[in-house]
Design a protein around this ligand. Structure first.
Ligand code: SF4
Ligand code: SF4
Length: 379
């Protein structure tokens, strides 16, 4: 290697180092190799949500999807969509979601969109990503999956903003960015793969009206209608969950629920594939912190006061800081284990183990640009 080559390599290294730490330098904040910056605002306002996004300094170009949760019908805790108005104006983003597995207005695209509008998500286009079916991505090196399933429209976006309501979740401990990405982008078949065994269960077969819809929609010809309702041939079933999604009478449901550590690992593995497919940034809002998620038609009242909002380019750190803030606020080790008997911290630990992000963060007040402690954030 001659001197000129060595000089060029050194110059490139200097430029790359300077670019990587420009935000930190600007704020005079030192960040170690195993740390990442998480921006914080105490006042949850539309202006501050935009400020958090801008502080990340990430240039997202092309078609941007803003992953939200519209809130189940009857849910009173979902985030006020008005918080997103300036961010939508700035990014020209589309609200994106996927249909759910259970009987609800959010199971069918037209009703899902109507509910979203009723809930105030009126100022950007809405795209239900699995409206036209699902696609699969290959997954390698994972414990539970060799492929994952998402809505076909997922591929249509150049970048995503993951906007998550940080609150409790019965099976995951808490629901934050990791859960919003994994369950939130999964098609019904993907949701079922995380939640349950692959073959749906038939319940209340006697209530089947023999409309034949499930039989027509099943891609594997695995369903036979009998007098007592549908019967699934498990040797043919592909686990696509179309029958669950298509039957308007709730005859099918996921068969047997995965829980505990295995469920958390499955969530994280799905999220890993998604974050590797598209550039994403993460904003978590800690308000209306109930023990259950916004899929609950009647969620319990919040069990702690609002804390603020955070943003990061790191999906692990953004959830971990919320976990830590909630624990400190409640003066406990794990605020969500206390109420749900599941530690959501396991999501972060497994995600870090898979190389998805960092377990150490530097908290920075987005207004002052100064480093702050968890205690400062809670003052
Ligand atoms: S879609 Fe539902 S109601 Fe219709 S035949 Fe299938 S199980 Fe019965
Ligand atoms: S999960 Fe899919 S393949 Fe299996 S029975 Fe239902 S529609 Fe058919």
């Amino acid at each position: 290697m001659n001197k000129i080559t060595l000089l060029l390599i050194a110059l490139v290294a200097i430029v790359l180092t300077a670019c990587g730490s420009s935000k930190a330098k600007e704020n005079d904040i030192k960040v170690a190799d195993d740390e990442v910056i998480v921006y914080f605002c105490k006042d949850i306002t539309p202006e501050n949500i935009l400020k958090l996004y801008e502080a990340l300094g990430v240039k997202q170009e092309g078609k941007i999807g803003l992953k939200v949760h519209f809130g189940e019908e009857g849910n009173q805790n979902f985030l006020n969509p008005e918080l997103l108005r300036p961010l939508v104006k700035k990014t020209n983003a589309t609200f994106v979601e996927t249909n759910v597995l259970y009987v609800s207005k959010r199971r069918f695209t037209d009703q899902h969109i109507a509910l979203a509008k009723e809930h105030g998500f009126t100022f950007a286009p809405i795209d239900i990503l699995d409206d036209e079916g699902e696609i699969e991505y290959a997954a390698t090196g994972l414990k539970h999956f060799d492929k994952i399933k998402t809505g076909s429209h997922f591929a249509n976006y150049d970048a995503y903003i993951i906007y998550s309501h940080f609150k409790g979740h019965g099976s995951a401990g808490f629901g934050g960015a990791i859960k919003n990405v994994s369950m939130g982008f999964a098609s019904p078949g993907g949701k079922m793969a995380m939640h349950a065994s692959n073959v749906p269960a038939v319940k209340h077969g006697d209530q089947c009206v023999h409309c034949n819809r499930c039989v027509q929609q099943c891609p594997a010809n695995a369903i036979v209608l009998t007098e007592g309702g549908p019967v699934i041939d498990s040797s043919k079933c592909l686990g696509c969950a179309k029958c669950i999604a298509e039957c308007g009478f709730g005859i099918f449901s996921p068969g047997g629920f995965t829980s505990g550590e295995e469920f958390l690992e499955k969530l994280v593995e799905y999220a890993k594939v998604f974050v590797e497919k598209k550039p994403m940034v993460f904003i978590n809002v800690m308000d209306n912190i109930s023990k259950t998620c916004d899929c609950s038609a009647k969620a319990p009242k919040p069990f702690m006061d609002k804390i603020g909002a955070v943003a990061s380019t790191d999906i692990v750190a953004v959830d971990l800081v919320c976990h830590d803030l909630c624990a400190k606020k409640q003066n406990t080790e794990d605020a969500f284990k206390d109420v749900n008997d599941v530690s959501g911290r396991g999501q972060c630990e497994y995600a870090a183990k898979l190389g998805m992000g960092k377990m150490k963060y530097v908290l920075v007040d987005v207004t002052t640009g100064k480093r702050i402690t968890l205690e400062d954030a809670l003052k």
